[in-house]
Design a protein. Structure first.
Length: 69
């Protein structure tokens, strides 16, 4: 199956924040639940979104660090 060639981004640090986003892999709850049935194109799209969320999260942590100094 073509969708099995793209591995899950799960890092086994599963914890959802208040927006239902996993703080480990940055997937939304519906993306986690639907991963097994997702096509390769859908999985690639999810991974791109995860990357963007991870970058935003890192930027927010840096900004919060600056504010608390």
């Amino acid at each position: 199956m073509e969708n099995k060639e793209i591995a899950s981004p799960c890092v086994r640090n599963c914890c959802l924040n208040n927006q239902d986003m996993c703080v480990g892999c940055f997937r939304m709850l519906d993306e986690i639940v639907g991963w097994g049935q997702a096509t390769s194109i859908q999985r690639k799209s999810i991974l791109l979104k995860c990357g963007s969320r991870a970058e935003r999260s890192a930027s927010m942590r840096v900004e919060q660090s600056r504010l608390t100094r």
